[in-house]
Structures are given as structure tokens and as C-alpha cells.
Write a protein that binds this ligand. Sequence first.
Ligand SMILES: CC(C)(COP(=O)(O)OP(=O)(O)OC[C@H]1O[C@@H](n2cnc3c(N)ncnc32)[C@H](O)[C@@H]1OP(=O)(O)O)[C@@H](O)C(=O)NCCC(=O)NCCS
Length: 158
Amino acid sequence: MSAGRRKPYHVLVEMIFKTATFADLDAITLYGLLKLRMDVFIVEQDCAYLDLDGRDTEPTTRHLWFEQDHEPLAYLRILDDGTAARIGRVVTAKQARGNGLAGELLTAALVAIGRRAVALNAQAHLTAFYTRYGFAPSGPEFLEDGIPHVPMLRPATP
Ligand SMILES: CC(C)(COP(=O)(O)OP(=O)(O)OC[C@H]1O[C@@H](n2cnc3c(N)ncnc32)[C@H](O)[C@@H]1OP(=O)(O)O)[C@@H](O)C(=O)NCCC(=O)NCCS
């Protein structure tokens, strides 16, 4: 189990964990993942921003998600920023929140990344959540697409 509080086990056992490069994603899965991101980051958070930033297709990018009945319910991506890995687009569908899914994806991402440093830009109200996974603020709060964010870093481990 991840660093978050313990969550109902039955929710996790019904979920299928998946990870893929862009090239390995079939069209229906890609549609589902992008729909989840757009439902939450653009519609729910009422933020007109360019979610399709071109980085999903980079060969080093990894997409991680939980799905149930072929519907993606939680997602994040890992980018390679050179000096550090970068976790982004952390999202859980509204109806699936509070079950530990984002925490489990973060844990899986950190295992996949290994000893490298990891950066992320946290929505400001979520800094305590990311702190549980070894991240610490690495700079001043800033506005990205009108939403307050805090840059956070999890240092490389020797
Ligand atoms: C943030 C988000 C990904 C969490 O997904 P989740 O699967 O419910 O996460 P988990 O169940 O693993 O952990 C929940 C934790 O998130 C944090 N959290 C979620 N919503 C929060 C909020 N509004 N304010 C503060 N903390 C919050 C809490 O630390 C919570 O832990 P707790 O349940 O022990 O209190 C989900 O709420 C979401 O998709 N939000 C909208 C998109 C977003 O803001 N993404 C983050 C971009 S940095």
C-alpha cells in the first residue's frame, strides 16, 4: 500500500493497473485517457488550457492508469526532463476519488523511476499530499493557467 491512509481494499482489487508508451496505446484506450484528463482538468476545473502539449508521444514518456471495465478511472504520466523525471496530469475520475488510486499510481511511478530525481508542479492545495511521497517544495508558488501551483522535487536517492 502507498504512503496515504489505508483505503478500501475491494476498490483496488477491482481495478486493473496498466502502463504503456504512446506507441503501445490503442485508439480506444488513448481516447479514454484523454477524455479523463479533459473531463477533469478542462471541464471540472473550468480551465481552458492546451492539455495536448506534444509530450505524450515522446518515446520516453510512460502512461500509467487504473481502469475498470475498460474505463480509465485514474491516470498520470511520467516525462523525461533530462536532469529529472517529471510526473504530471495526476487525475482521478470524480466518482473514483478517495480510494487511494492516485496514491497507488504515484507509488508505481516512483518505483518505475527508481533513484532519479523527480519533479512535479502540484496544485497548491495538494502539496501535503505529495509530501507524503517524498516531495518537497522547490520554489515559490506560481500561477499556471490561472491555477496556483507549487514546484516540488523528490531528490535523487544515492
Ligand atoms: C487530487 C486527486 C488526483 C486525488 O485522487 P484520489 O485518487 O482521490 O487520491 P487518493 O485517494 O490517493 O488520495 C487522496 C488524497 O488527496 C488529497 N486531496 C484530494 N483532494 C484534496 C483537496 N481538495 N484538498 C486537499 N487535499 C486533497 C488528500 O491528501 C487525500 O488524502 P486523504 O484521503 O488521506 O485525506 C483527485 O482529487 C483529482 O483528480 N483532482 C482533480 C485534478 C487535480 O487537481 N489533480 C492534481 C494535479 S497536481
